[in-house]
Design a protein around this ligand. Sequence first.
Ligand code: SAM
Length: 261
Amino acid sequence: MTSANEQGDRGGRGQRERRERQEQRERSRQAGSFGAAAGAYERGRPPYPPAASAWLVPDAARTVVDLGAGTGKLTRALRAPGRELVAVEPSDGMRAEFARVLPGIRALAGTAEAIPLPDASADAVVCAQAWHWVDPARAVPEAARVLRPGGRLALVWNSRDESVPWVAELGRLLREYAAAPTEDRQTDRVGAPFGPVERRDFRWRHPMSVPEIVDMVASRSYVITLDPAVRAGLLDRVRALLAAERPGEMPYVTECHRAER
Ligand SMILES: C[S@@+](CC[C@H](N)C(=O)[O-])C[C@H]1O[C@@H](n2cnc3c(N)ncnc32)[C@H](O)[C@@H]1O
């Protein structure tokens, strides 16, 4: 016979599992949403500052793999004489935009969990603004597999610098509509065979017009997937805030993490 407590435990576990499955479905829906907005993404998202890309990838790295490369925002910052860059990107729409803006660089269909490259074939594996989407239990061994011993895993995010008041106000507005999924960076789940994860932040300002800032908001995964009327309402409020502030640049913090295999 099953006790009321056991039934309660099972009911609680069932509810938790259903909630986790629902959260996983929502993450997959958002992770897969980028292709539809690849053009806005390319126009609206910031580059990575040279000081950050130099800290992330050693000069000597000859073969560099960019996981979740999107439209190649980080890839283009890593170009160097004699270096081969390979992009890995699951979204067809993002790869099409990548091929348009960076036609000379190989872009392969694949994911961080299944990288379509041979063992020990890369000196650095980078992942920009995408490690929060991956399953680290599969992506960490996969990155380790394609890296040569001594190779570098580099993870990076550009965040708006909310120490600036109007940027904080924009952040509050966005959080009213949806929680950004980048909050759990999962950098604490890197582990063996990688050594300790080092962290450094770079503060900088990116010149941006008001329409470019609106594109940047419109290309966030959690904005793309909003109900169309709700999305239009949010974008109107963003335009109103920007009309009052008339900013000509966006302050950013680039959060960098690196670990050696
Ligand atoms: C926010 S975009 C970042 C694009 C680019 N790295 C950049 O910095 O602009 C996130 C990218 O991760 C990709 N992505 C989602 N899930 C992924 C996975 N499991 N493995 C690799 N890439 C993934 C998406 O298709 C999207 O292009």
